[in-house]
Design a protein around this ligand. Structure first.
Ligand code: UD1
Length: 325
């Protein structure tokens, strides 16, 4: 039984995970409704995977794919803090009801461990940095509440139904294939697009807010470790790099890497925005053997390289990925 399911597998984090699972010899099934994910992300591995175009809100279609899976990586979600404020209904429905459906399908279909993609936004503003898993949580936005609730469900399902679950609190993940095209896109993807197009980015607030930007390969590595480590069911771990950089510092670094001078435009701070974010990685290092490998600069260089190579690419006529349902 080595069928691995990745919900949100056509997204930039999910597709990076799919590649590594395939390299390890697993059979991979992707569940994605292609709302923010894109089959182009899976193009090179199209012949090796099965893709199900299913919305996680649709239990009846979801359940048979999850039944009997050895591992379920649950990454499907409607991401973004501001999107959850402007469109709270779909965001609530996908992130809370969708997560409930995945967990329920895993219990009813006797699947193996579920690895849930939580969010560092759950912490909200904390007095201390870095943020550790034992701290009180204070979610500030609907998105943060939704992602936290998914963790609570994961723990309760472990406790009540014996389903193995592990939650990982992702800290601002970035890397190749992250879609920069929406105003809700992750800030680094937007910064990199601006840089390559020689445009000035907009920074919301004074730019002194800080983030623990985490390179996608480090998060994939941690997900694999969380899928294998014994004796951790029901637990949650930070999935971060352990550092933090302000937006001003990060934009300055990018300009330096590219040798350009493009001063940012400043706009009012966004509601629901957290001031500072930095992961305490102690528990992940101790219990999962976590070893972040990429500094911010290394990750940015690799991502910049990828965007440069792919930004002006023509849309392929056919993605080449076959949909099963
Ligand atoms: C939050 C979570 C993160 C989660 C993500 C999902 C926190 C600390 N982090 O990220 O774990 O994965 O949601 O979407 O809550 N910004 C600009 N200009 C832009 C775009 C954004 O200045 O064009 C600013 C935002 O106001 C924010 C920062 O950049 O201060 C990061 O924003 P974003 O990339 O959207 O992620 P978070 O909201 O931090």
């Amino acid at each position: 039984m080595n069928r691995y399911v990745v919900t949100g597998g056509a997204g930039f984090i999910g597709s990076a995970l799919v590649r590594v699972l395939l390299a390890r010899g697993h059979r991979v099934h992707v569940i994605d409704n292609l709302s923010t994910g894109n089959l182009d992300n899976l193009e090179e591995v199209a012949d090796e995977i099965t893709v199900h175009e299913i919305d996680i809100r649709d239990y009846d279609r979801l359940a048979p794919v999850i039944a009997g899976a050895a591992r379920v990586f649950h990454l499907a979600a409607i991401p973004s803090v501001p999107k959850s404020i402007q469109h709270p209904v779909p965001s609530h429905d996908a992130n809370i009801n969708g997560t409930f459906n995945v967990l329920r399908a895993a219990v009813e279909g006797k699947a193996g461990r579920v690895i849930y993609a939580g969010s560092s936004s759950a912490y909200g503003e904390t007095e201390k940095l870095p943020k550790s898993e034992g701290m009180a949580v204070e979610p500030k936005s609907p998105y943060a509440v939704q992602k936290l609730l998914g963790e609570y469900y994961a723990t309760a399902f472990s406790e009540c139904y014996g389903l193995e679950t592990v939650s990982l609190r992702f800290f601002n993940v970035f890397g190749p294939r992250q879609d920069p095209s929406s105003p809700y896109s992750g800030v680094l993807s937007i910064f990199l697009k601006c840089l390559l197009e020689r445009r000035r980015p907009t920074i919301f607030g004074d730019g002194e807010q800080s983030r623990d930007f985490t390179y996608v390969e480090d998060v994939v590595d941690l997900m694999l470790k969380a899928s294998e480590a014994p004796g951790i069911s029901g637990k949650r771990f930070n999935a971060g790099n352990g550092n933090r950089y302000t937006l001003n510092e990060t934009w300055a670094l990018l300009q330096r890497l590219e040798g350009v001078d493009l001063p940012a435009i400043y706009a009012p701070r966004r509601p629901g925005d957290v001031s500072h974010s930095q992961a305490d990685t102690t528990a992940a290092v101790r219990e999962l053997g976590h070893k972040p490998r990429f500094t911010l600069e290394e990750g940015l260089r690799l991502t910049l390289q990828w965007y440069r190579a792919h930004m002006n690419e023509e849309e392929p006529e056919e993605a080449g990925v076959k949909l099963v349902s």
